[in-house]
Design a protein around this ligand. Structure first.
Ligand SMILES: Cc1cc2nc3c(=O)[nH]c(=O)nc-3n(C[C@H](O)[C@H](O)[C@H](O)COP(=O)(O)OP(=O)(O)OC[C@H]3O[C@@H](n4cnc5c(N)ncnc54)[C@H](O)[C@@H]3O)c2cc1C
Length: 535
């Protein structure tokens, strides 16, 4: 039975935009996209905090399906700011005439699978109900704001903001007493910017972070030209790579080389800036505690040299987890900012944790700090958060929330048993946030499009993983990550940033990264979509 649409796509960031383009313009399907925001962009529509910019190099943080645009578009910096990335995505929407099939300012509030018609009924906060054959979640991995339930927030007389819901008109911090709560990748970008404006900035730190310099700036025009000339090869390389970037491990142990050689290699990566230090380091960094320790020691020394007050430096030195097991923040004058007279660091362990928000500010460690503005840089309910919020009911009206009560269970991070014809783009247990995400997004969009095309051509109407394939995938995801140090950290990768969230490693790590995962997905397709039941 035909529904109102061949496919409903939820979300209009990178994923939803390309999914629409692919299903509508390549396969000729009737598609409706719902987007909660009032325009395209996703992450780059919502995250408007000072200093917001990408950490992936721009020449690969973009769509590669549009070869002409790769040649035409000129990024102004190595890591463009949020407004520039949003301009780019608006340009893509216009160029491919995407907006006519996107309904903005509309949130999907629920969807149910009908086992008689094999259609999804999708409901929105505008009171609509539409049916669709395929339901595709392009809801993002970092799109559900995590706002810790601090006691007393409603009493605060000043203004407060979450970085992921910053006002479009911006916030003027001039002559204000400002608090930033959090020291993750977002805070590391925002703190130096806010400190330049505010009269007084107080940073509340729960966990110190290992940061490496971004080294942003104009890219040498000769390099830009060379990259444009080589784009086909670049695209192939990043698609086959581990992290969706042109970074490759040093094929040696950090412990088998001399101290001098190791320092030279680490200096090279430190000087280059960006993700090289994290993702192009010694190959045993994520596996061996001893190897990790010597690399972490390099970064700790950098903090001690940069931060003038040894007591502050000590608070900023990460403890209790291995380097690289949390998302790597890239910084521009982050540690230097703590040398400023108008910046104070309040560390949960050394000074006491936040106890409550008061009328005047924040009470931590028994002391009240007064503020005009509080900025919460407390991150997201990553990966599972936006999917659970969809309020999905699959076969026998079982909810996704219930299915995932103990953590996500998927096959290939693309489908879930009991939720036929429902697809997650960059969902849990796929490489997603461990990659330069456009690479993972394009792979998923193209693979799901091919699958839907295959179904149409072979007259299949329902697809769902087999329970055995899902069990094996879940076991494989855990087995692979358990050989690494990643599970030791209380990171958002491990679901540990949110009290009560079941502890589980959310993305899929290897063994050959996104490149190996692509091969695996292609093999599954080549074997008639092995592991899926197609009816
Ligand atoms: C501050 C920040 C910096 C980042 N930097 C990088 C980087 O340097 N490199 C990198 O690879 N990745 C980075 N990321 C990850 C980034 O999210 C991805 O690169 C990419 O933008 C994801 O695109 P997406 O379309 O999958 O999801 P999103 O961009 O998150 O878009 C999802 C959209 O779905 C909408 N949505 C969700 N639920 C519903 C619903 N129920 N109804 C209607 N609409 C809904 C949301 O409003 C949102 O617009 C960053 C993320 C953040 C937050």
């Amino acid at each position: 039975m035909a529904g109102d649409f061949d496919a409903v796509v939820i979300g209009a960031g990178f994923s939803g935009m390309y999914m629409l383009k692919s299903l509508r313009d390549r396969l000729g399907l009737k598609v409706r996209v719902y987007e909660a925001g009032d325009s395209v962009g996703g992450t780059w529509y919502w995250n408007r905090y000072p200093g917001a910019r990408c950490d992936s190099d721009a020449y690969i943080y973009c769509f590669t399906f549009d070869k002409q645009l790769l040649q035409e578009w000129e990024w102004t910096e190595r890591y463009p700011t949020q407004p520039e990335i949003l301009r780019y995505l608006e340009h893509v929407a216009k160029r491919h005439d995407l907006k006519r099939d996107i309904q903005f300012s509309t949130k999907v509030t629920g969807a149910e699978f009908n086992e008689d018609t094999n259609l999804w009924t999708v409901r929105t906060d505008k009171g609509e109900r539409v049916t669709a054959h395929h339901l595709i979640a392009a809801v993002g991995t970092l799109s559900t704001t995590n706002m810790p339930g601090f006691k007393g927030l409603d009493k605060f007389k000043g203004k407060w903001y979450h970085t992921s819901r910053f006002p479009k008109e911006g916030v003027d911090f001039t002559a204000k007493r400002v608090a930033v709560v959090g020291t993750g990748a977002t805070a590391v970008q925002a703190i130096p910017e806010i400190a330049q404006q505010a009269k007084q900035l107080t940073v509340f730190q729960r966990t110190a972070n290992y940061c490496v310099p971004a080294r942003n700036g104009k890219v040498d025009p000769e390099l830009v030209k060379a990259r444009k000339a080589d784009y086909d090869n670049i695209v192939q390389r990043i698609r086959e790579s581990f992290f969706g970037q042109e970074h490759y491990f040093i094929p040696k142990s950090a412990l088998e080389v001399s101290k001098e050689e190791r320092e030279r290699e680490l200096d090279k990566r430190w000087d280059a800036g960006g993700f090289a230090f994290w993702l192009a380091n010694y190959q045993d960094m994520f596996f061996s505690k001893e190897a990790n320790d010597v690399i972490a020691d390099y970064l700790k020394r950098k903090i001690r040299v940069t931060v003038k007050d040894p007591k502050v430096a000590e608070k900023l030195i990460p403890k209790g987890y291995y380097y690289g097991t949390k998302r790597q923040p890239l910084d521009t004058n982050y540690f230097e900012t703590f040398n400023k007279d108008n910046v104070l660091l309040v560390d949960a362990k050394a000074d006491g944790p936040i106890e409550e928000i008061t009328e005047k500010g924040i009470r931590a460690g028994g002391k009240e700090y007064e503020f005009d503005i509080i900025v919460f840089a407390t991150g997201f309910d990553a990966l599972t958060g936006p999917l659970k919020a969809l309020n999905l009911k699959g076969r026998r009206a079982v909810s996704l929330d219930k299915e995932w009560a103990e953590g996500p269970r998927t096959y290939l991070g693309i489908q879930v048993v009991g939720f036929p014809n429902f697809f997650t783009l960059t969902g849990p247990q796929s490489p997603s946030v461990l990659t330069n995400m456009p690479v993972a997004i394009e792979q998923h969009v193209e693979w799901v499009s091919d699958l839907i095309d295959y179904m149409r051509k072979t007259g299949k109407t329902v697809i769902e993983p087999t329970p055995e394939a899902q069990d094996q995938w879940v076991a494989h995801v855990n087995e692979v990550v358990n050989t690494t140090l990643m599970t030791s950290a209380n990171s958002w990768y491990m679901s540990a940033n949110i009290p009560g969230k079941p502890r589980a490693f959310l993305p899929y790590l290897g063994p050959e990264g996104v490149g190996g995962y692509r091969k695996k997905c292609d093999e599954v397709a080549a074997h008639g979509y092995e592991g899926f039941a197609l009816v």
